[in-house]
Design a protein around this ligand. Structure first.
Ligand code: PHE
Length: 447
């Protein structure tokens, strides 16, 4: 099947739109807070630079050379090992599993956009109470917002790469970049900025455990949208003669830049108004709204802008989470785009409802298995298990399965001097690092 092509800038925006998501603005600050700041940020940055960079190029290459869906690409590029690469389908499934918790969280951002127009909570107790009630008791509202996300995302992907995904990113990415940079510049004028800087960049290694290492590596994958065929699927629609290295660098720079800006801005606000830093997933939904309250009327504007940015970031990532499986269904099962979009949409919609129930007070215990509820399992299984595993598979595939000459003829000139370094890192450093992370996981799971 011939795929519609992105324009050059359309691809960069869409891939950056995929990378910059709730992961950057919601997850990164709270896991940084939970893991004590500096050292964690350091591990995350190193992972992004070495593993992230090597793998982004590898994943792009599989899509760019294969030009088809996630499974066919592996099969076409390695005809002798066909069966093994059926794994590509499992990879695309990770996106739908992420959507199980991603869609409800985008729903929360919709709720907070509305809240920011009215009165914000005046104390941390009130904020906590209203957020907890919203996610654990007010099932109706959550379902309503989750339904909106389902309709929106399905309608966009049903319009395809050009008419849906590229357009959405052209619209929302500028909104996101302008709002986040604007808030960051304001944050630099506040006294709390220096404390925020210290918190994020001065390392305290005593707080780093093997669990936080796994979280940092998992997050690097999650935030760069690696290991689950999103980048691969988008790259199958790259225009001819694209420079994969330059594109990867721009996407990584945008993603990391926005995570750092968002983190610094948030921690500045929190320090400035004395709010709790390690508040977990409630950080932007509990601590931040009280900070906005303290700012007075300006705070309402900030709150509105912030949650619009968060929703935009979430939506541009959401479409990229479902697109791989859609292309797979179209390519392999000859489904129409509309049917494929509806099928994928319904999958995350229905399981998303289970995720919402699993964090509710009334039904939570039915959907809690072991130490985690269904919502947290979906997060853990994807970010910490499936994506690093997908990354490992892709590194081995490009590093050891595709012929050396083929890789070299595409990338040698683009990577220039660092080509041997990149190839070495992909063949040895990335697989070993990911293997160690996987081993750590076993330990963490047994706890
Ligand atoms: N990168 C997105 C984020 O940071 C999430 C995502 C993961 C999107 C994997 C696509 C694929 O929120």
């Amino acid at each position: 099947m011939k795929l519609a092509r992105f324009s050059r800038i359309g691809f960069i925006l869409a891939a950056a739109g995929s990378a910059v998501g709730l992961g950057n603005i919601w997850k990164f600050p709270y896991i940084t807070g939970e893991n004590g700041g500096g050292a964690f940020v350091f591990v995350y940055l190193i992972t992004v630079m070495i593993i992230g960079f090597s793998l982004m190029i590898a994943e792009m290459m599989i899509g760019y050379l294969g030009r088809r869906d996630s499974v066919s690409n592996f099969e076409d590029l390695a005809p002798r090992h066909k069966n093994f690469w059926k794994y590509g389908g499992f990879m695309s499934l990770a996106g739908l599993i992420i959507m199980i918790f991603y869609s409800p969280v985008i729903g929360w951002t919709f709720h907070f956009i509305l809240l920011s127009l009215g009165s914000l909570p005046s104390s941390i107790e009130l904020a906590e109470k209203s957020f907890t009630e919203f996610i654990s008791i007010d099932l109706g509202s959550q379902l309503f917002y989750h339904t909106l996300v389902f309709i929106f995302v399905t309608a966009v992907v049903a319009r395809g790469i050009k008419g849906g995904i590229e357009k959405l990113n052209f619209l929302l990415m500028p909104v996101l970049i302008i709002t986040i940079s604007g808030m960051f510049f304001y944050a630099t004028t506040l006294a709390g900025f220096t404390q925020a800087w210290d918190f994020m960049f001065s390392s305290d290694w005593s707080k780093v455990t093997s669990a936080s290492l796994v979280t940092a590596v998992g997050h690097a994958f999650f935030t760069l949208s690696l290991g689950m065929a999103t980048i691969l699927t988008y790259s199958a629609s790259l225009p001819k003669d694209s420079n994969l290295v330059r594109s990867s660098l721009i996407i990584i720079a945008l993603d990391t830049g926005i995570a750092l800006l968002a983190g610094l801005t948030l921690f500045t606000f929190l320090y400035e108004y004395g709010a709790e830093l390690s508040a977990g997933p409630g950080l932007v939904f509990i601590s931040l709204p009280t900070v906005f309250y303290e700012m007075g009327f300006l705070g309402n504007i900030f709150a509105f802008v912030f949650f619009v940015a968060l929703a935009s970031a979430g939506l541009t990532s959401a479409v990229s989470l479902v697109e791989p499986i859609i292309q797979y269904l179209i390519d392999r099962f000859s489904l129409s785009r509309l049917k494929a979009s509806l099928a994928s949409g319904l999958f995350f919609y229905l399981f998303g409802i289970v995720a919402i129930l699993s964090i509710s007070k009334e039904y939570g215990h039915y959907f809690t298995f072991g130490s985690k509820n269904f919502f947290d399992w979906a997060d853990f299984m994807t970010a910490s298990v499936m994506l690093p595993m997908g990354g490992l598979i892709m590194a081995v595939f490009v590093g050891h399965v595709i012929e050396k000459e083929r890789v070299a003829s595409l990338l040698k000139t683009q990577l220039g001097m660092i080509y041997p370094l990149w190839y070495f890192s992909l063949r040895y450093i990335v697989p070993v690092a990911l293997f160690v992370v996987m081993l750590n996981l076993v330990g963490i799971l047994e706890l």
